[in-house]
Design a protein around this ligand. Structure first.
Ligand code: GTQ
Length: 350
């Protein structure tokens, strides 16, 4: 390169920088400086693979239990923050996860919000979540939903602590600027009280109320007990060969539409037979996993870890991974796959 060419390039760079700084106060920026960062060949997520061992988080939760009551906290939760997304209350780019503790005799007061929420019960038995006036008793492994804008509260009338994993679409709703919330200011949800088992009778028995028209895209069935889920998985496992990438995997369904339980969060359960190793897999939905039974070694390109019962871990969008089960293993997971599906964005590679 001749000296005059080099000088011209330097001059062009300086002229461009000068241009950028002059348009900046007008709230303008040159696309060509960042096009490659905006339109990436494959997902370039800040979200990282991360593993929260339950024994560590449980000890901090115990301390949180001494620090603040559920009532004062409204929700006594330790947020599971992705190390690549610190300060954003995000486990994946679009979804929030937390571990919630409710001690004997405590109440987490009623509220409702536009964010959709799910619970996977990790510890304890018999505390309840009340959704729209119906108390759902909770037990380890149960999957419970509180759809957008449904009144919900939690209470523990048992003599043991209860812990569950919360999953919400908090980051997604924040991105859309669509957060609304209400409290009653008192201890009682304003919805009329319904008898226990009401939603199972109406929507969860392969029956629907005659003339039923779904008022929202969310499932009117709030509880998916683990006993039923595990029985289904074991029946499949007895008759079918496991899928190479997933083992025996099912998705939770809205019994009215056959779609996902809530429009923004898909939830899944899979059984990996003892010593089964899955084939490498990736998909465009960053996913939060929790181990219910067994244990699993998770191998990604740059790291590997072994998750034990109640451990939570995240596989980011498009991160290739495989699982190795130690003992018969059941994994719960949730992701924004329903959103990507309706937008025509969801992809996988097996
Ligand atoms: O239980 O209603 O982890 O509103 C975060 C926000 C739980 C809940 C969370 C919530 C809840």
């Amino acid at each position: 390169m001749s000296t005059s060419n080099a000088a011209a390039i330097v001059d062009t760079k300086a002229t461009r920088r000068d241009f950028y700084s002059r348009i900046d106060p007008a709230n303008l920026a040159p696309l060509w400086e960042q096009l490659h960062n905006l339109v990436t060949r494959t997902p370039a997520s800040a979200c990282r693979a991360v593993h929260w061992p339950y024994r560590q988080v449980r000890e901090y939760l115990r301390e949180a239990g001494e620090l603040i009551t559920a009532e004062e906290a409204i929700r006594r939760v330790l947020i599971l923050e992705n190390p690549g997304l610190r300060g954003q209350a995000a486990a994946t780019t679009s979804l929030y996860a937390g571990l919630q503790l409710i001690l004997p005799g405590e109440i987490a007061p009623p509220h409702r919000h536009t964010q959709s929420a799910l619970r996977l019960i990790l510890e304890g038995e018999g505390a309840y979540t009340s959704v729209e006036g119906e108390k759902t008793p909770m037990k380890r492994g149960d999957f419970v939903i509180t759809p957008s804008w449904t009144w919900h509260e939690h209470g523990n009338e048992t003599d043991q602590p209860m812990v569950w994993l919360d999953g919400l679409d908090v980051p997604l709703v924040a991105m859309l600027d669509a957060s609304f919330a209400e409290n009653t200011g008192d201890q009682k949800a304003p919805s009329p009280q319904k008898s226990a088992g009401d939603s199972k009778a109406r929507y969860g028995s392969n029956l629907l109320p005659v003339d039923y028209v779904a008022p929202t895209p969310a499932s009117p069935l709030f509880s998916y007990p683990y006993a039923d889920t595990l029985a289904a998985l074991r029946t499949l496992a007895a008759g079918d060969a496991p899928d190479a990438c997933h083992g025996h995997k099912l998705r939770y369904a809205n019994p009215v539409t056959g779609g996902h339980p809530m429009p923004t969060i898909g939830a899944y359960i899979q059984l990996l037979p003892d010593v089964f190793s899955t084939a490498p897999y990736r998909c465009s939905a960053g996913t939060v996993f929790a181990v219910i039974d067994g244990a699993v070694t998770v191998t990604l390109d740059d790291r590997t870890f072994t998750a034990q019962p109640n451990d939570v871990f995240v596989i980011p969008s498009w991160a290739k991974h495989h699982f190795e089960a130690h003992g018969e293993t059941t994994l719960f997971s949730f992701s924004d796959r329903p959103v990507q599906e309706v937008l025509g964005l969801w992809r996988e590679q097996r």
